[in-house]
Design a protein around this ligand. Structure first.
Ligand code: NAI
Length: 316
């Protein structure tokens, strides 16, 4: 897919990030929203962020910050915004009826080539796209926050999505520097959240049973498992932790199954355990905008450093 025009629908947290990523790949971006103030603040934010990223050597792509910013323009006219577009990324609030309405509107005005993609974290393609005239061109492309530093995008097709829609979206994501993965069919939670929930679930049980404190539980991930997971997945970890996967299974399968059988029921995520974990988390980061935003800024700074490191290591 040659650089052309993409449309981002919704200029909130995720929409503005997508706009930056597409502009980094050299695409012209129309940032559409129903609230003018959102577009104005998104453009201000993007301009500032791009300059900061350029100064720190972390701007994506080959174009200058100024050139990238000039590729992005705001719009409150959906019909005009989608004219000539090759790809549309929907980033509106996570409400099924709202998203269905937007895809219904798009269905009436798009041609047979443009790809209609949703950023949804939780809504299944069959809920979003069934019945649309252009369902073959529809796909979920679920990013991870913040998409600028965390490149993964889960591609989830509707049963009627054309394979070429998935292929083109995959190629486009690679072109703009993201890291797409294909799901062959929809599944609740997609893949990332299913893995995340498996971890959260056992974390909750371990703290709930008093085996480990909330702070130490988090350290097990950030200074233990997470060190490896920033570079390789659990399957390759198994392969390298023995003389290959077959040998790993021979050595450890019995132990893994024994431990897995002790995992217990799905936690309720409420009551006393919730209070205990909430208290521990709030001691570290009090639940007010100032502290939460400061910690989020720290997180994004760490992610930026990690993204830089990964880039250096890959290019060695
Ligand atoms: P947000 O609330 O920050 O932004 C939503 C934007 O949509 C706002 O600018 C709002 O004015 C605009 N909007 C509302 N109705 C509209 C309409 N009819 N047409 C056009 N624009 C409209 O939401 P956020 O966090 O950016 O989430 C967007 C989507 O991305 C959701 O589906 C969410 O599940 C998904 N997502 C969010 C992640 C996150 O961490 N926030 C991570 C991955 C995906």
């Amino acid at each position: 897919m040659e650089p052309g025009q993409v449309v981002v629908i919704g200029s909130g947290l995720i929409g503005r990030s997508w706009a930056m990523v597409f502009a980094g790949g050299g695409f012209r971006v129309k940032l559409y929203d129903v609230v003018q103030q959102q577009i104005t603040s998104a453009l201000e934010y993007i301009s500032k962020e791009m300059k900061k990223l350029e100064q720190s050597g972390m701007l994506k792509g080959t174009l200058s910050a100024e050139k990238q910013f000039s590729l992005i323009s705001g719009s409150m006219d959906l019909k005009m915004a989608v004219e000539g577009a090759i790809f549309i990324q929907e980033c509106t609030p996570e409400k099924l009826e709202l998203k269905k309405k937007i895809f219904g509107q798009l269905d009436l005005i798009v041609n047979n080539d443009v790809i209609l993609s949703s950023s949804t974290s939780t809504l299944l393609p069959t809920k979003l796209f069934t019945g649309l005239k252009h369902v073959k061109q529809c796909i979920v492309a679920h990013p991870v926050n913040p998409p600028y530093y965390v490149p993964l995008v889960e591609l989830v097709p509707h049963p009627e999505t054309e394979p070429s829609t998935v292929d083109k979206t995959h190629a486009l994501m690679k072109k703009i520097g993201q890291s797409p993965v294909r799901l062959t069919k929809e599944i609740d939670g997609f893949v990332l959240n299913r893995l995340q929930y498996a971890v959260i679930s056992e974390a909750w049980r371990l703290v709930g049973e008093g085996v480990v404190s909330p702070a130490d539980l988090d350290l097990v991930m950030s200074d233990g498992l997470g060190m490896r997971y920033a570079f390789m997945g659990p399957l390759e970890t198994m392969h390298l932790n023995a003389e290959g996967m077959t040998n790993y299974c021979e050595r450890y399968r019995e132990g893994i199954i024994r431990v897995l059988k002790t995992f217990g029921p799905v936690p309720e995520f409420s009551g006393e355990i919730e209070q205990k974990i909430s208290q521990a988390m709030s001691e570290k980061t009090p639940v007010d905008a100032e502290h939460l935003n400061a910690r989020r800024a720290w997180r994004d700074k760490c992610l930026m450093g990690l993204a830089k490191l990964k880039k250096q290591i890959k290019s060695n």
